[in-house]
Design a protein. Structure first.
Length: 251
């Protein structure tokens, strides 16, 4: 795992350098996206993903198109389901369905293939054992889709937000850099063994996620039965379009 993580970190650094050399600038949204998607695929298949392969490039293109054209938190057809019947093309529903089908087709091939390890293989072993109810290939495809879409979009956005946020706090950034320099040095990359000694860095990551991640992914939530949220009643079928509690960020 350590070797894999360090290779991915090196790929992020080299990708940043090459893009800056080519154009002088780069979009932060693309800084972590390739390696984030590769990590999710590796988790599911149990084998390291070749980011230069045609299959991966095709999947990456679909996911990038998905992220750019479909809002996970404020899509019109998500907030107003009737729009998918009245104007499916205009509200983006047709685009959503098309990309959803492409991603499902990709994982249908993966599920049919043999993998020595990883989530897909472990799930298939449970299916083959016949000891557990509710485990089937359709359910496996649905979980793979959720892991891919959720893992890629949310992780990539969270990393990008952390990058921007730490730039707004130069004092925090300097302390993080000082800790990395003293614990790891500048000639090597951090490893999992270094994590217990990088306490300030971990606190910065956790505090940023705690304070702001909820605001990034405030999708609509529909009550399937009468519910109470913060002492307020929400009748059946009512949709909450966004909710966040206030919090003060401090390092």
């Amino acid at each position: 795992m350590d070797v894999l993580l360090q290779r991915q970190a090196s790929a992020v650094i080299e990708g940043m350098k090459s893009r800056i050399q080519e154009s002088g600038t780069m979009c932060v949204n693309h800084l972590f996206s390739v390696q984030t998607l590769a990590s999710v695929c590796t988790l599911m298949t149990g084998t390291e993903t070749n980011t230069q392969g045609e299959e991966f490039k095709k999947l990456y293109g679909v996911m990038e198109n998905f992220s750019e054209n479909i809002s996970f938190t404020s899509s019109a057809f998500g907030m107003f389901p009737l729009l998918r019947y009245l104007c499916p093309e205009y509200c983006g529903y047709n685009t959503y369905v098309d990309m959803h089908q492409k991603i499902t087709a990709f994982f249908h091939q993966k599920v049919k293939a043999f993998w020595p390890d990883g989530f897909i293989r472990r799930y298939q072993e449970v299916i083959d054992s016949g000891k557990e109810d509710g485990f089937c290939e359709d359910q496996l495809l649905a979980i793979c889709l959720d892991m891919l879409v959720g893992g890629f979009e949310t992780t990539n956005n969270a990393l990008g937000f952390l990058f921007f946020h730490i730039l707004r706090h130069p004092d925090v950034r300097r302390r993080v850099q000082d800790e990395i320099d003293s614990v790891v040095g500048r000639s090597t990359l951090p490893s999992l063994d270094d994590r217990p000694r990088l306490q300030y860095l971990e606190c910065v990551v956790l505090e940023t996620l705690r304070a702001f991640s909820g605001r990034l992914f405030l999708g609509p939530r529909r009550a399937i039965k009468d519910a109470v949220l913060h002492s307020k009643g929400h009748p059946h079928t009512v949709t909450t379009k966004g909710h966040a509690s206030r919090s003060k960020l401090s390092f």
